[in-house]
Design a protein around this ligand. Sequence first.
Ligand code: FE2
Ligand code: FE2
Length: 336
Amino acid sequence: MRDRTTIDIPAGLEEEYYQINPEILHSFSKFRPPLNIYRFLEPVGRLAQYYKVGDRLTKEQTLELAELVSQGVIFVSRADHAVYVKHISYQLDLVLLDKHLTESEIADIFQIALTRRMEAFFDQPVRLVFDKVREDALVLTEYVWEDFHRTKALAKRLHGVHTLAAHAVNCALTGLHLFVSGQPATFREGRTARTGLDRLVLGLLLHDLGMTRVPALIRDKTKPLLPDEMQKIRGHTLSGYEMLARLDIKFPEMERCVAEHHERLDGSGYPQKLTVGGISETGLLAGVVDSFCAMITKRIHAEAMEPLVAAKKLLDDGRRYPADLVKRLIAGLAGK
Ligand SMILES: [Fe+2]
Ligand SMILES: [Fe+2]
């Protein structure tokens, strides 16, 4: 077998094709891969189609394909991006192995995978499904931990239309970016930094957990809410907190995201009407992120706002929202 480093792949090929590694190949359906596969022919220096989607590989071909992959000469087309992304999103840890994906492609994959997970969890908020959410969230933080700048591309992959799951993912991606952009260089050295980050992401994903207990009829109501309906909505922080306990999740960062994301600096929030000093750092971050993400998506009762306009609205509301965090959010949006 030849060493893959001796194969001379022309520069520019990767603009149109992904080189496939053995783990990715392994994750495909063995005889019927989900997308076209190309082989690099060294003597002529170009790609030729090896497998056409819809065909079936023979046993011999699957063995040969595995060998060719290990030689580094098997590619899939970036034109099949949607299929490839969907495929990887079902096995998210492949993202960490695939060195040929761009940051924005990876952001797509995280967004798709996490949204699907959150939909499943909100449908069935039980421990077994939470553990799946947790697995994917840990892949996300692992990916980010290698390079904090990666959060920028992630924070650009937000859903434009509100659903409970879309909102959860938007909050996690926005909050992750906002949080790491405010950390000093020494942050990574802290012993608890990584677990803190894991829990923050999970907390942001689950912050509206209690909303699953509010009937959709009330959640999606376009007319003004009646007092008892408003009370049901406002109860979501407390019921979310209780649900966390029932799921046996006892991480303080997660509890604060759930319990404090509607608290405001001037005491006008709920459920405890906490004021400045009483709201945790995590709760403040969750509050800013939650309001921002609510404003930038299209909802039944409101059009989506431009991100910068939404963030500036929060800045103008300095009595309720912490200016330092909001300024950092704005700086991030402006690409600074
Ligand atoms: Fe909420
Ligand atoms: Fe929310």
